[in-house]
Design a protein around this ligand. Structure first.
Ligand code: IMP
Length: 194
């Protein structure tokens, strides 16, 4: 059952509003459990390091890592590219320097693949650090937006080309703490009568 939270009731933001639930919390939980089981089987006896892309990957990584039945390490890298609902086209990575991943099996955990630019940058940076293997696990995948095709081994959900928030995803740092994924409608895209 999807409950209406007070966060949803106060869902308007000066620049837009929550439009509808795209993926509810129960469906997210179930899919994360399936991905965890798949990764557990694929990485048995390997030295698995999950690299969480912050900030958006925080809730997904927290849940996915607990659905993986292996002694995996969890590391964090910050990637920034978005302002509002648009990518700046430039990706800034922080905290890469201290990562100890040489010779280890790295799984990049990303909230959403949009144009694919972030993945290209992080892949390059981790490859340079000598990972034994690299793969990507993305909760959401906007197939139609993909400008830089990239092999994503694990995909939670392929979604339409809409701007989403919740479960780690934000609009200008708001709505990350929604327990489900919702479509966010920016003010500029709303009809004048609404
Ligand atoms: P890409 O580099 O274009 O693939 O964008 C990836 C990053 O953009 C994600 O990690 C998010 O931080 C952000 N992003 C892309 N689409 C959305 C969205 O619909 N909602 C919130 N953030 C998004």
């Amino acid at each position: 059952m999807t409950r209406t939270t007070s966060l949803e009731r106060r869902s308007s933001h000066p620049h837009g509003r929550l439009e509808r639930t795209l993926i509810d919390a129960e469906t997210l939980e179930e899919r994360v459990r399936e991905l965890g089981a798949e990764i557990t089987a694929d990485y048995a006896d390997r030295d698995l390091v999950l690299v969480c892309l912050l900030k958006g990957g925080i809730y997904f990584t927290a849940d996915l890592s607990r659905a993986i039945d292996l002694p995996a390490a969890v590391e964090f890298v910050r990637a920034r590219s978005y302002a509002g609902t648009e990518s700046s086209g430039q990706v800034q990575l922080s905290w890469i320097d201290g990562l100890d991943i040489a010779g280890r099996d790295v799984l990049i955990v990303e909230d959403i693949v949009d144009t694919g630019l972030t993945l290209i940058e992080i892949w390059r940076a981790l490859e340079e650090k000598g990972a034994a293997s690299l793969a990507i696990c993305a909760l959401l995948y906007k197939e139609k937006r993909l400008a830089h095709p990239f092999p994503v081994r694990y995909i939670g959900f392929a979604i339409e080309d809409v701007f989403v928030v919740g479960y780690g995803l934000d609009y200008d740092e708001r709505f990350r703490n929604l327990p489900h994924i919702a479509v966010f409608q920016p003010e500029s895209a709303r009809s004048p009568s609404r």
